[in-house]
Design a binder for this molecule. Structure first.
Ligand code: 6PG
Length: 244
């Protein structure tokens, strides 16, 4: 299994490179299938990547947009991952509204998770022989504690490889969130993790160099053994893990 990592001078350069890889992989998918699918993360780092994707002039007609996770807030809330993508990508790209598969963070967490799982099941036409959606691209982030999606260290849901999405209470932020679960992350054709900033150097070093222990380093999910896992890093994040 290949785990590639690319290091750039700046967060902007890493974001731009990740954006062009997203377009390349979606283009490849559309050359052999009628639709392509991508799930994106939130946080702060993706802003520049979203802006580059919006400026690309890419034809989004047959691309379907999903989320890796969402905070349980209304779509107009500054904490909303949907709002982040809308403000920096969806509106500027004139992304087809019918292809946006938003996590309804304003609903009761369990209802939001169930509706999102049902939406994925219907879009990917899941059945007992095909229980997991296979996203063409999943864009991931890396938290300072080695979390990814909304799977934080110690989270019992990290052992759930059967379900698609779940509501999770994140104690450190006193916040309910909806997150994709490991089975979906591992089924992705391509996993692109964009990480920037010095506070990512230590978790990245652990994720790439420590033995596989996703309960301790959730960002290892689908990157440690994953097919087609690529890291886009700035120098500050790469630090020792990739530099030496
Ligand atoms: C979220 C994310 C989360 C994010 C990391 C990194 O909703 O917060 O999806 O998993 O990717 O926390 O966030 P930054 O890019 O802000 O460092």
């Amino acid at each position: 299994m290949t785990v590639q990592s690319f290091v750039y001078e700046s967060a902007d350069a890493a974001s731009a490179a990740c954006a062009s890889k997203v377009l390349e992989l979606l283009g490849q998918a559309l050359s052999t299938q009628p639709h392509a699918s991508i799930a994106v993360s939130g946080g702060t780092t993706p802003k520049r990547m979203f802006a580059d994707m919006a400026r690309s002039g890419f034809d989004w007609t047959n691309v379907h947009l999903f989320w890796v996770d969402e905070r349980c807030v209304p779509p107009t809330d500054s904490e909303s991952n949907y709002k982040l993508a809308k403000d920096h990508f969806i509106d500027a790209a004139h992304f087809p509204a019918a292809n946006v598969h938003r996590i309804q963070g304003e609903l009761a967490p369990a209802d939001a998770a169930n509706l999102y799982a049902a939406d994925m099941s219907s879009f990917f036409k899941l059945d007992p022989d095909h229980p997991m959606p296979r996203f063409d691209v999943i864009h991931r982030g890396l938290g300072p504690d080695a979390h990814t999606a909304s799977l934080f260290p110690g989270e019992p849901l990290i052992d759930d490889h059967k379900n698609l999405a779940a509501a999770v209470y994140v104690e450190k932020f006193r916040q309910w969130r909806i997150t994709l679960l490991p089975g979906v992350l591992e089924a992705a054709r391509h996993t692109l993790t964009l990480a920037a900033g010095a506070d990512k150097a230590e978790p990245l070093n652990s994720v790439l160099r420590q033995p596989y222990d996703p309960k301790k380093y959730p960002a290892q999910i689908a990157t440690y053994h994953g097919a087609g896992a690529i890291w886009f890093l700035d120098k500050a994040a790469a630090g020792v893990a990739v530099g030496s």
